[in-house]
Design a protein around this ligand. Sequence first.
Ligand code: ATP
Length: 356
Amino acid sequence: MAAISLENLSFRYPGASEDTLSNLQLEIADGEAHALLGASGAGKTTLLNILSGLLFPSAGSLRFNGNDVSRQSGRERRVAQVFQFPVLYESLSVAENLAFPLKTRKSDAGLIAERIAYICDELEICDLRELKPAALSLFQKQLVAVGKALVSPDVAMVLLDEPLTAVEPRTKWRLRQTLRRIQEDLKVTMIYVTHDQTEALTFADRVSVLSAGGLLQTDTPERLYAAPAHEFVGHFVGSPGMNFLPGQALGLGDVERVGFRPEWGTLSRGDADSPANTDKPAAQGSIGAEVLRTRLQGAQGGEAFGLITLSTAHGEVTVRGPMAGNSLQPGDGLQLQLSRCVCFENQTLVREIDFL
Ligand SMILES: Nc1ncnc2c1ncn2[C@@H]1O[C@H](COP(=O)(O)OP(=O)(O)OP(=O)(O)O)[C@@H](O)[C@H]1O
């Protein structure tokens, strides 16, 4: 397995006037489960193609275990890839499909048999060995494709390109869990490329958020959530994303903007001294608000629970929490108390504040 490092890596498509990827700096540890997360057009496919050796960087370098592999083919780098749609030979059995990468490298029969047994055991697909792909579910086919990627004993890294795309919806979570288990068991360096934050945050040890060809943050899922380095990350990660208000709204006039997650707010009935929709800065961490609308999501501990959109003097915000027996009505005056917020200058994180 390999540690991967990108050093000031940039890429520009021939004829383009701007770089599609600019100055990427990234260190991925040997055996790490890493996710590249970004919206459509962020540059994920371009970076994936650079990692797999289909494209070469225009500037900077890509290193595997310290060796510059920027100009090597995927085969030389020993990169294996799992695509959105399982790539299997329909005329070959599962065992023969698994053997294929080793046969093309002229591995000896003993090693091939040993590796197929090992992979089938690890992926729990021993009962599928003699079946042809046509007899398999999409879930099973993708599992075999993962097996093909892992079968070579000297694979340096496995790239997973939106691997759940083609799998039946009800088995997506199972494949994601299986991938995670395999990664942990085999300690393979895996890079999972996706636009889906749930997939990225539940699969990876660390996630890199890519936007407009730049890396905004590389961090653990917990830190991405609690301390987004950039406002875009706060907005993009989480469902719904982070709320933003001017610093002055919370009496934090020394910072430009504050962000808080819907989960970081609790609501209480407003009092006469804290009317909603006034410009008066509130005590730090507390602000007057008025209910705009509510959206029931379910119940927790027998109490209605959902999203409450509030109007404040400084803009709308959304809070997740109990809906007081669903008795909240549009127009109700409330007090919003935050447990935590993060502060931004020029869209960049400058301070984290825990109020409680
Ligand atoms: N062959 C190409 N020539 C010129 N520009 C390209 C080419 N391929 C992609 N691009 C541009 O590079 C940028 C990044 O595209 P890329 O496909 O890497 O993004 P992505 O994050 O994978 O998006 P998606 O999830 O939609 O595939 C886009 O602006 C795209 O238009």
